[in-house]
Design a protein around this ligand. Structure first.
Ligand code: HEM
Length: 175
């Protein structure tokens, strides 16, 4: 059992590292992509997807705390769907539009970069944790699921909420 857990954890970390490298490659390898539709609405959509993911995470957590296991699983899987859609849409926008420089100055600039950097670090930490948690749930190893889920939940929530904050800060600074 402990050996199996170690294998699953190592496998999840390796898979997350591969996905992360793949994302970096997509992010920097597809600059200047041409598409024949307007992508200017994507940042708002992306913020909406992050907000939807955070809402499902909150509802999923509340569901398990009130003993609704099936509802918990449904909300968590939906949250994963919203986060995956966000990632696809974010990559597309970035490939077409490129980087969005932050226009704000002073305190707001410091706040923006603090949130942005912690958001990126937390997303790298969330990825393997989510894999570990979902795999253990799928294998019905709920004691282990619960142990890792206690870290996965707040880290993933932080990523989703700060995703919305980054959008709001960019907009408020006129970027
Ligand atoms: C990545 C997605 C998920 C996250 C972040 C997550 C998060 C959590 C958290 C934080 C707890 C512990 C709650 C507490 O402190 O009492 C928990 C428990 C639980 N989760 Fe999940 N969960 C996820 C996906 C799933 C899925 C897909 C299933 C079902 C197949 C599931 C089934 C359960 C069950 C049965 C428990 C209760 C375990 C026990 O009583 O020891 N979870 N989950």
């Amino acid at each position: 059992m402990a050996q199996e857990e170690t294998r699953l954890v190592r496998g999840s970390v390796a898979l997350a590292a591969l996905v992360f490298l793949g994302l970096l490659w997509l992010l920097y390898g597809f600059k200047g992509l041409k598409v024949d539709f307007d992508v200017t609405g994507l940042p708002s959509l992306n913020a909406g997807l992050n907000a939807a993911s955070a809402t499902c995470l909150g509802l999923g957590y509340w569901s398990i705390r009130t003993g609704h296991r099936r509802r918990h699983a449904a909300f968590m899987v939906t949250a994963m769907g919203f986060s995956a859609l966000f990632l696809a849409s974010y990559l597309l926008y970035h490939a077409v539009h490129g980087d969005t420089p932050f226009a704000g100055q002073g305190t707001i600039r410091g706040l923006y970069f603090t949130i942005l950097i912690t958001h990126i670090i937390a997303s790298a930490v969330a990825l393997p944790l989510v894999f570990i948690v979902v795999l253990h749930a799928a294998l019905r190893r709920f004691a282990v699921h619960r142990r890792y889920a206690r870290y996965a939940f707040p880290v993933w929530m932080y990523v989703s909420v700060t995703g919305v904050m980054i959008y709001a800060l960019l907009r408020s600074a006129g970027s």
